[in-house]
Design a protein around this ligand. Structure first.
Ligand code: SF4
Length: 332
């Protein structure tokens, strides 16, 4: 591990408790979370309150939180230095959310494309939390005085909105207690699901769990959609339109990628063998992660202890910020 540069700041990122993580979560977030620890103070939050805006049931919320934390820890999040915790365990975030909501114009919230999307997706559950979502997100970030938020370019407008809320607060109360967070631009690869159509997602059931067994992994890989033009084994394929090939480029050796690139085009390799090779490499890649995960899972109290310790450390920062905020606002 490199020595951290104290000038480089504090990273905050929140993720919804979606349970066992899949390849899309791993490539899009977890890998980056692990790497950022080498250079920054990192705070990773499992945002259970945000989840309430869209879930139909909270039945699996606790289980999903634990499973997700287990994946994070097994993947290399180091709780002795990084704060990993559950959003609702630090109630100050809801207080800050309320205070920030008073400096946030309602029209701007209802105009956000993400809000409009949600209204379309769940017309029977357009709750207040959906409207206030970006305000709670801002409270998450600024409560911990994070100055960097790792987001893909598609999420840049959200962060810009958070910055506006901070400016609005600091201006209204003539203070500088809240820090305008900056975007830590991250390359977030779009990981396509095994259906070859949409982004990998649990709700679409087109995902591959990183903690799956080698057999389950292979079974999912065998279902992956390939070049649709390649119908028979003897048909030459086009790896450039094949999701399996995109995955080979991430998980297979340079030589194997070159071999598939050539052999697919001249029907020298069939899709079944090509997928078996990918599944083997995927399983090899995740073998150490899976071993560590089962080791951690043997102590059921471990994850809870990590999350409680994270919440305690997060609360220490949160209490300080809230005291400054109350002072700035002039609350009695
Ligand atoms: S051989 Fe591999 S790269 Fe080519 S179409 Fe089949 S699965 Fe895709």
């Amino acid at each position: 591990m490199n020595a951290k540069n104290p000038q480089r700041g504090r990273v905050f990122s929140g993720a919804r408790p979606t349970g066992r993580q899949h390849l899309g979560n791993y490539l899009g977030a977890i890998q980056n979370y692990v790497a950022l620890q080498d250079d920054y103070d990192c705070i990773y939050c499992i945002v259970d309150l945000h989840a309430l805006t869209t879930v139909d049931t909270t039945e699996n919320l606790r289980e999903n939180t634990r499973e997700m934390a287990l994946d994070f820890l097994a993947a290399g999040i180091r709780p002795e230095e990084t704060i990993i915790f559950v959003q609702s365990h630090v109630p100050q975030v809801t207080e800050l959310h309320t205070i920030l909501s008073m400096v946030t114009p309602l029209g701007k919230l209802t105009d956000l494309p993400t809000f409009k999307d949600k209204v379309r997706q769940q017309p029977n559950n357009v709750n207040y939390g959906l409207v206030g979502y970006p305000v709670l997100m801002t409270a998450d970030i600024v409560l911990y005085k994070a100055n960097l938020v790792p987001v893909g370019i598609d999420q840049a407008p959200h962060l810009e909105f958070a910055r506006e809320i901070v400016r609005s607060f600091n201006y209204r109360y003539n203070t500088d207690v809240l820090i305008e967070p900056e975007m830590k631009n991250t390359e977030v690869p779009k990981v396509i699901g095994i259906d070859g159509q949409d982004k990998m997602s649990k709700s679409l059931d087109n995902h591959i769990e990183i903690a799956a067994t080698p057999e389950e992994t292979q079974a999912r890989v065998m279902q992956m959609v390939t070049d649709p033009q390649r119908v028979r084994r003897s048909d030459p394929g086009d790896p450039d339109v094949c999701n399996v090939f995109s995955m080979h480029k991430i998980f297979s050796s340079v030589d194997e990628v070159a071999m598939v690139d050539v052999e697919c085009r001249r029907a020298g390799i069939g899709c079944v063998d090509c997928k078996k090779l990918f599944a083997k490499n995927l399983n090899e890649h995740f073998a150490p992660f899976r071993a560590r995960r089962s080791e951690l899972a043997q102590d059921p109290a471990y994850v809870d202890e990590v999350l409680q310790d994270g919440a305690r450390r997060a609360r220490t920062i949160a209490k300080r910020t809230i005291a400054e905020v109350r002072e700035a606002v002039g609350l009695p």
